[in-house]
Design a protein around this ligand. Structure first.
Ligand SMILES: O=P(O)(O)OC[C@H]1O[C@H](O[C@H]2O[C@H](CO)[C@@H](O)[C@H](O)[C@H]2O)[C@H](O)[C@@H](O)[C@@H]1O
Ligand SMILES: O=c1ccn([C@@H]2O[C@H](COP(=O)(O)OP(=O)(O)O)[C@@H](O)[C@H]2O)c(=O)[nH]1
Length: 456
């Protein structure tokens, strides 16, 4: 039987109840829990000396991980991946920088990771590579003789050609993706943007089915929105509910309704605009003051990059300003928390919250939106207020209140609608979203991608 070898920069902590604070790790852990296989990638450690590949088994998954040295971490992870590709792929050209040495480091680490993979790869293994850190990974493996079936899934948006063009080596980089047999995206918009980029290249053709032909090789493309495991989330939510109640001391139906947001501390998540929309709600509706509690959990992320340090300062200032403006002796409008929580605590918090407030400026998918819905009690569900610019909006549009994350007043109005929504409407909206979450769950995501990849 062919083994499944998953490759991603971030590998989940081996203890799957631990906080991951990143959707890729959470999603892949869910996908691999059922299927098993080998999960190869960075162990999250930065070391001064080279760390050898380490294999560890847990629950049918073999974790094959290694550390990065300081230069690789700086150039490949903090540099080209997260200070060039991440902002540009999220349409934040203003926050991007390009540095040739970092790009060289990115290519070097891809080659190094490919070498490491080749040390244990068998010819019949199927390889599934994830995300923007590894765009040229298949080409690096092919150069070292790999003939395996190789698929790639992009977790973040793919930029339109005019935006992609702001990455100086965009042509060569996007061209390297033609070494994969299948390339998958979260949404059709992302897939079309990828194909539009390739259509502009002279030595590449794209046929009517979205198959890319280059150098005698065919690369298929598809849309595979990542999902969650509704049953496991419900279990965690029930387990964590009491604990979460104690933390917030806000029982549903009690004095204060909770509005909850959970995001890595990232400028793409739209937290400043979100804080200001909450301010607009309190400004326009004094009767809500002290009757609602907004909790923003925002574990720090990629803290050595300047744009992340800036957004952190900005959020501290905004939270302080808004709290100063509206706080009373027994009420502080925003609880702004910079730490991560384990999954039962988080899912319990979701279950206790009247509103899930998820308003990224742009997001590949946003699993928090799906988790919030799956964590609700179907009898008394809360309401999801969701950015129309998150990938999740494509699937949850029937039940969520969709907002434009740049429209503060519109967001405040949606919050008000959510807080006042009658029970029957909440139940109907929740049921509509649950139907989608059950069909497009994490197993469906993995099975559809793997079956397309193996079929070729
Ligand atoms: O690994 P980090 O640098 O700490 O960042 C965490 C992850 O962030 C991004 O997650 C994306 O994947 C999610 C699941 O598909 C999706 O819901 C979300 O919209 C994306 O932003 C990133 O793409 C991952 O590589 C990171 O591991
Ligand atoms: O304290 C935290 C904060 C977040 N998460 C998880 O991290 C993931 C975030 O994924 P999402 O797709 O929303 O965004 P990303 O961070 O990947 O861009 C979700 O599964 C969250 O439940 C967590 O386990 N603990």
């Amino acid at each position: 039987m062919a083994r499944l070898v998953v490759v991603s920069n971030r590998v989940a902590p081996i203890d799957d109840k631990k906080a991951s604070a990143g959707g890729l790790a959470v999603g892949l852990m869910g996908a691999m829990r059922e299927a098993g296989g080998i999960w190869f990638g960075w162990n999250g450690q930065v070391s001064t000396t080279p760390t050898p590949l380490r294999m560890q088994e847990k629950n049918g998954i073999t974790f094959a991980t290694l550390g990065l040295n300081k230069r690789d971490y700086r150039q490949y992870y903090s540099g080209f991946s997260n200070a060039t590709l991440w902002p540009i792929f999220h349409y934040r050209i203003d926050l991007a920088r390009f540095d040739r040495a970092e790009y060289a480091g990115y290519l070097r680490v891809n080659t190094m990771l490919a070498q490491q993979l080749m040390s244990f790869l068998k010819p019949e293994d199927t390889v599934w590579v994830h995300d923007y850190h590894l765009l040229p990974f298949a080409q690096a493996c092919r150069a070292q003789g790999a003939r395996n079936r190789m698929g790639f899934f992009l977790h973040i948006p793919f930029p339109a050609p005019q935006v992609a063009a702001t990455v100086p080596p965009h042509r060569e980089l996007i061209r390297t993706m033609c070494s994969y047999d299948l390339v998958g995206f979260q949404t059709e918009t992302d897939r079309q943007a990828f194909l539009d980029n390739l259509r502009a290249m002279p030595d590449v053709t794209v046929d009517g089915a979205g198959v890319v032909h280059a150098d005698g090789h065919a690369t298929r493309t598809g849309v595979y929105p990542i999902g969650v495991s509704p049953d496991l989330i419900e279990e965690d939510a029930i387990e964590g509910q009491e604990h979460s109640r104690l933390i917030t001391r806000n029982v549903r139906g009690g004095r204060r309704k909770v509005i909850i947001s959970v995001d890595r501390l990232d400028y793409s998540k739209g937290m400043v605009e979100r804080f200001c929309s909450y301010e607009a709600l309190l400004e326009a509706n004094p009767e809500y003051r002290s009757r609602v509690q907004f909790i923003q959990i925002a574990p720090p992320s990629r803290s050595d990059i300047g744009s992340y340090q800036q957004i952190r300062k900005q959020l501290e200032a905004e939270a302080g300003r808004i709290n100063g403006k509206f706080s009373d002796l027994d009420w502080m409008p925003i609880r702004y928390i910079n730490k991560s929580y384990d999954r039962p605590t988080l899912m319990g918090l979701f279950r206790n919250a009247a509103v899930g407030y998820v308003t990224p400026l742009r997001d590949g998918m946003n699993l928090v939106a799906k988790e919030y819905v799956a964590a609700q009690d179907p009898e008394t569900p809360g309401v999801l207020v969701l950015s129309m610019l998150a990938g999740a909006a494509r699937e949850l549009d029937e039940g969520a209140l969709l907002v434009n994350p740049y429209d503060r007043i519109g967001m405040a109005e949606a919050l008000q609608q959510a807080l006042d929504m009658p029970l029957r409407e909440r139940q109907e909206r929740h049921a509509a979203m649950m139907r989608v979450l059950r069909v497009n769950d994490i197993d469906a995501w993995r099975n559809r991608f793997m079956s397309d990849l193996r079929q070729q």
